[in-house]
Design a protein around this ligand. Structure first.
Ligand code: GLY
Length: 576
C-alpha cells in the first residue's frame, strides 16, 4: 500500500514535471531563442567518418580511410597528426585510452595511460610540513608521467592495423616539416602560453613567437618532424630507446625530473576488458580503470534510467535536478574507490550493482538540493584548462574507434624535450597528492589514487562505443578534465532521451556537478532564466563557467553516419 502510494506520488510528480517542463521549454524557445535545442543540418556518409579536433588531422584520417585503411589505421594517423596540429593536447609526450569495436562486434580497450616513474613516491609533492607544494605537480619536470601514446599506437596497429606503419606517420611528419597555418584559436592559445613557455624552457624556442601568433601564421616544427621520423622508421624503439630516450632523460636530468631511460624501456600499454553495461536496451562499451569514466558513466546512466527524461525534455528543471543529484553521488564514489586496478582493488561489481545505485539515490529529495556535505562515498562489503582531446572514427566495414588522449593541462607541463621538439605531460597531477587536497580540477582522492612507482594515475577519460540491437550505434568521447564524464553522459542522453541528432547533441549546452565543490557549473545560457530560478529556489548553487569539453562523436542512422564536431573548438567532421 505504502509502495502504491509512493508510486502514485511519483507519477503525479512526473506528470507535474512534464507539464511544467513543456510549458517552460515552449515559452523559453519563444522568448529566449538562445536556449533549448540547437538547430542542425546533417550530412550522412556511407563509407566512413573521422571527427577530431583539427581540420588537418581530420583530413589525414579521411585520406587513410580512402586509401583502404581501417579505423585503427586512421586513428594512428590522426593521433600523430594531432601531435603536430594540436600542441595543447595532441601528443607523443602524453597518454590515453582507446575503445574499439570491430564490424563483427568484437570489442576491446587499450590503456596507454602514463605511469609514475620508478623514483616517484607517495609524498613527493609535499613540503617538510606535509603541505602540497603549489604547482609542483603541474609545471615542473617532476610533473610528468612516463608517456604512453607512442606505445599505445604501436600496440593498436600491431593488433588491428592493415596499412604500413610508416605510411600512417608520414602525414604528420609532412605537417611538422612543411608547417601548417594556425587557426585563430590556436594562435590565441599559443600566444597566451608564450610567457610560460619562455620561463620553463630557457634557451629553447619551440612554439614561441616574438610579438605573438596571428591566425594564418605558419607553424613549422623541425625537431618534432625528426622525432616523428625516428618513430616512423623504428616504431616503439624510435621513442622509448635511442636518441629520443636519451634526449628525454637528459631533459629530466637538467630539470631535476624523475623519468629515466629504464622507465621508458619498461613502459607498456595494456589491453583491458571493457566495462560493458546496458541502458534501456543500448549496450555501452566503455573504459575500465584506471579510467573512472566507464564506471561513473554506467552509474550515472543507471541512476536516471527509471525516470521519464524524454517526456520531461532537454535541460528542464526536473531533468537537470535528477542529473545533478546523480552526478553528485557518483563523483563522491569516484573520490574514494577508483584508482589503477594494478595497484588497488577497485570494487567494480559493487559500484555497478543496480541495487547499490538505487540505494545511493534513495535520499534524493525533489523539494531541495541534497547538500554535498551530507553525501559521502557509498559503502558496501582522481579540465580544460582541459587539454585532452578525443577523436571518433568509423571505417567502410563499420569498425569503430574512440580514442581520448591527453597531456593533462593545456600544453601539459609546458616543458619541451630539448632537441626532440615535443611537450611533456603534467599527468602526475591526476594522482591524489594528499588525501583531501583537490587537484587542478578540484577533484579529491585518497589511497586508491595515491602515488606509487609504476602506477597509473586515475583518469576521467571516457572513450565510449554504443550498440543498438547488436549493431554499432554511437562513438563518443571528449576532453574536459573532471567534466569529461558528465559531458559524455549528457551527450548520450541528448540522443537517446531528447531525440537530438549527433551535431545537436554535441552543440547543446552542458552543465556539471562533481560533488565538491557543491555547485552546478553551467555553460553560458545552458538554462533559461525560469529553470535557473526554480533550481536556485531549491538550494542549487549555479556557477557560470566557460565552454565545457569538446565532444567529437559519430552516430549511425538509417541514412548513414552523421557526425557531431564540437563548435567549442576547431573540431571538424569529414566523411565519404
Ligand atoms: N588528465 C585528465 C584525465 O585524464 O582525466
Amino acid at each position: 500500500m505504502t509502495f502504491l502510494f509512493s508510486l502514485e506520488q511519483q507519477y503525479l510528480r512526473w506528470f507535474k514535471a512534464d507539464f511544467k517542463c513543456c510549458l517552460f521549454l515552449s515559452a523559453s524557445l519563444f522568448i529566449y531563442p538562445g536556449y533549448g535545442q540547437p538547430v542542425s543540418v546533417q550530412t550522412h556518409y556511407r563509407n566512413g567518418m573521422v571527427v577530431c579536433a583539427t581540420p588537418q588531422a581530420a583530413q589525414v584520417g579521411l585520406d587513410i580511410l580512402k586509401k583502404g585503411g581501417n579505423a585503427v589505421d586512421a586513428a594512428v594517423a590522426v593521433q600523430f597528426a594531432l601531435a603536430v596540429t594540436l600542441p595543447e593536447a595532441g601528443n607523443i609526450g602524453g597518454g590515453g585510452f582507446m575503445a574499439y569495436r570491430s564490424a563483427k562486434g568484437e570489442n576491446s580497450t587499450l590503456d596507454f595511460r602514463e605511469k609514475a616513474p620508478a623514483k616517484a613516491s607517495m609524498n613527493m609533492y609535499l613540503d617538510a610540513s606535509g603541505n602540497v607544494v603549489p604547482n609542483m605537480s603541474l609545471a615542473t619536470h617532476q610533473a610528468s608521467g612516463v608517456p604512453g601514446s607512442v606505445d599505445g599506437m604501436v600496440e593498436a596497429h600491431k593488433k588491428y592495423g592493415k596499412l604500413k606503419w610508416a605510411d600512417l606517420i608520414q602525414p604528420a611528419i609532412d605537417l611538422a616539416h612543411n608547417g601548417f597555418k594556425v587557426s585563430r584559436r590556436l594562435a590565441a592559445s599559443l600566444t597566451r602560453a608564450g610567457d610560460q613557455f619562455k620561463k620553463l624552457n630557457p634557451g629553447k624556442s619551440y612554439l614561441i613567437k616574438d610579438g605573438g601568433w596571428k591566425e594564418g601564421d605558419l607553424l613549422i616544427q623541425g625537431d618534432l618532424a625528426k622525432t616523428l621520423g625516428l618513430i616512423r622508421d623504428k616504431g616503439r624503439d624510435g621513442f622509448y630507446s635511442g636518441i629520443v630516450a636519451e634526449q628525454l632523460a637528459e631533459e629530466m636530468n637538467n630539470g631535476s625530473g624523475l623519468i629515466t631511460k629504464t622507465d621508458l624501456q619498461n613502459y607498456h600499454s595494456i589491453w583491458r576488458k571493457p566495462i560493458i553495461g546496458n541502458y534501456k536496451g543500448y549496450r555501452i562499451i566503455t573504459m575500465p580503470p584506471p579510467s573512472s569514466g566507464g564506471i561513473a558513466l554506467m552509474q550515472l546512466l543507471h541512476s536516471v534510467e527509471k525516470y521519464p527524461l524524454a517526456r520531461w525534455g532537454f535541460n528542464c528543471d526536473s531533468a537537470v535536478q535528477l542529473i545533478v543529484e546523480a552526478e553528485r553521488r557518483v563523483y563522491a564514489d569516484r573520490s574514494k574507490y577508483m584508482g589503477d586496478p594494478d595497484f588497488y582493488k577497485v570494487p567494480v561489481d559493487s559500484l555497478l550493482r543496480p541495487a547499490y545505485t538505487a540505494s545511493r539515490m534513495a535520499n534524493f529529495n525533489w523539494n531541495a538540493a541534497t547538500p554535498s556535505t551530507s553525501i559521502q562515498p557509498g559503502s558496501f562489503a582522481g579540465y580544460e584548462s582541459d587539454q585532452t582531446t578525443h577523436y571518433s572514427i568509423v571505417d567502410r566495414e563499420g569498425n569503430a574507434v574512440a580514442i581520448t588522449t591527453t597531456l593533462n593541462d593545456s600544453f601539459g607541463s609546458k616543458i619541451f624535450v630539448k632537441g626532440a621538439g615535443f611537450l611533456l605531460n603534467n599527468e602526475m597531477d591526476d594522482f591524489s597528492a594528499k588525501p583531501g587536497v583537490p587537484n587542478m580540477y578540484g577533484l579529491l582522492g585518497g589511497t586508491a589514487n595515491s602515488i606509487q612507482p609504476g602506477k597509473r594515475m586515475l583518469s576521467a577519460m571516457t572513450p565510449t562505443i554504443i550498440e543498438k540491437s547488436g549493431k554499432l550505434f554511437m562513438i563518443v568521447g571528449t576532453p574536459g578534465g573532471s567534466t569529461i564524464i558528465t559531458s559524455v553522459f549528457q551527450t548520450i542522453l541528448n540522443v537517446i532521451e531528447f531525440g537530438q541528432d549527433m551535431q545537436q547533441a554535441v552543440t547543446s549546452k552542458r552543465f556539471h556537478h562533481q560533488w565538491l565543490p557543491d555547485d552546478v557549473q553551467i555553460e553560458k545560457d545552458a538554462f533559461d532564466p525560469k529553470t535557473r530560478s526554480i533550481l536556485q529556489q531549491k538550494g542549487y548553487k549555479i556557477a557560470d563557467h566557460g565552454p565545457s569539453g569538446r565532444v567529437d562523436a559519430i552516430l549511425k542512422t538509417k541514412d548513414g553516419y552523421e557526425g557531431g564536431a564540437d563548435p567549442r573548438g576547431d573540431d571538424t567532421k569529414m566523411g565519404w
